[in-house]
Design a protein around this ligand. Structure first.
Ligand code: C5P
Length: 397
């Protein structure tokens, strides 16, 4: 679960910071990409070089004078999850109240990534009513806590307040990342539909289904309950219910049956817009002369979903050849919540490729261009985006 995940580790000033060095090493061993940010007090406990040597990146320690002009927003946007370990009473208090007076607290305020706090402090501080209130506020905001455990504290005292062990923090992080779409029912479509001309020939397109399968896989990894309606023949990703279809009509029927149960529908399939009017019952022969294909429109599945009384959150895809201006228009007119647009003729994008360069366009036509990424990474970011959007929906009531 942590493989290739972008994890931001915030270190605040407690003796447990020495254990965070090992936590970071374990994260790296699991294949995570890690960046570290440290408060001024953390620097009194561990040196920046320890983290630099393990992660290959200098830890960020200040808002000013760094290479980046805006280190807090860069880190905040980069992170898929943030772990604050150790989280001192002061850092918890600042995070709970939105105080942003140094790099760590400002980044915590700037990120939309889920946060995990591993508190570490003396028992009296942990049990103090102010800390109780701050922890409750952070939990109410949707953030998670791991620990503290009971044990030996700084100065030889014992009691609750000792930072959770690195392995326990890793497990909590795993659960955090796995659960972002937990309990959400997601319906994904994938592949290019095939519209029969006769029993052996069809009108089709070049879609491989890779993008839709990656989305189904990542949504399931985030805890969603995923059904994938596919016209591409590929093995079902782990934990995903696969329904195989061939034509736009079959896909439309399956989607119509399942959509009212889904909170999110991702239409990644390249659905044929036209199909032959009458498929021949037997193979057309060359000797019979050149057949004349008459085409008729297929059902517009997205339009059907958008017309539902209570439509699920709708993600449409737009494969364009050239500019994405038409996709912006579609985002405005199709009744979907967001369109994922890509230029299938651009290098590294489109059918069959393992990478994709997409832009997310919302109903207002706001365009968010993503860099060239693996399809898996696009799928992950899309799942993060969906988790944020759904949280917004629930929050709005
Ligand atoms: O307008 P365009 O065909 O480019 O829109 C593409 C989006 O519409 C994709 O999300 C595709 O899955 C969906 N679509 C559909 N029904 C069709 C054709 C496309 O839902 N008949």
């Amino acid at each position: 679960m942590l493989h290739e995940r972008r994890i931001l580790v915030g270190v605040s000033g407690g003796i447990a910071a020495y254990k965070t060095v090992y936590l970071v090493r374990r994260l790296i061993e699991q294949g995570a990409e890690v960046r570290v940010m440290m408060t001024a007090s953390a620097l009194e406990f561990v040196g920046r070089q320890s983290f630099a040597a393990i992660t290959g990146h200098h830890p960020a320690t200040g808002l000013f004078g760094a290479d980046s002009v805006s280190p807090h927003t860069e880190l905040a946007q980069w992170a898929e999850a943030v772990v604050v370990a150790p989280a001192t009473a002061n850092t918890l208090a600042k995070a709970a109240h939105g105080i942003s007076d140094d790099l760590v607290s400002t980044t915590l305020l700037a990120t939309t990534a889920p946060m995990l706090f591993a508190p570490a402090m003396h028992t009296e501080m942990w049990e103090n009513a102010a800390t109780r209130r701050n922890v409750a506020a952070l939990e109410a905001d949707g953030h998670s806590m791991v620990g503290p455990a009971s044990g030996t504290l700084a100065g030889g005292d014992t009691g609750p307040g000792r930072m959770a062990e690195p392995e326990e923090i890793l497990q909590a992080l795993d659960r955090l990342l796995a659960g972002r779409l937990s309990g959400i029912r997601v319906l994904v479509t994938a592949g290019g539909t095939r519209e029969p001309i006769d029993p052996v020939r069809f009108v089709g397109n070049r879609s491989s289904g890779k993008m839709g399968f990656a989305i189904a896989q990542e949504a399931a990894a985030c805890g969603a309950d995923v059904t994938l309606v596919s016209s591409a023949t590929r093995p079902a990703p782990t934990g995903v219910a696969l329904i195989e279809v061939e034509t736009a009509e079959e896909m439309a029927k399956s989607v119509a049956k399942l959509a009212s149960e889904a909170e999110v529908v991702v239409m990644a399939a390249a659905v044929a817009d036209f199909r032959p009017v009458d498929a021949a019952g037997t193979k057309l022969r060359r000797s019979e002369g050149i057949p004349e294909l008459q085409l008729e429109p297929t059902p517009d599945i997205l339009a059907g979903l958008a017309a539902m009384e209570q439509p699920p959150y709708l993600v449409g895809f737009a494969a364009e050849t050239g500019s994405i201006d038409r996709a912006v228009e579609k985002a405005r007119t199709k009744g979907v919540d967001v369109i994922v647009a890509n230029d299938v003729t651009a290098e590294g994008s489109g059918f069959g490729s393992d990478t994709n360069q997409v832009a997310l366009i919302d109903r207002r036509g706001t365009v968010d261009r993503w860099p060239l990424l693996s399809k898996r990474e696009v799928a992950r970011r899309l799942c993060d985006f969906l988790a944020d959007q759904l949280q917004g929906r629930t929050g709005d009531g």
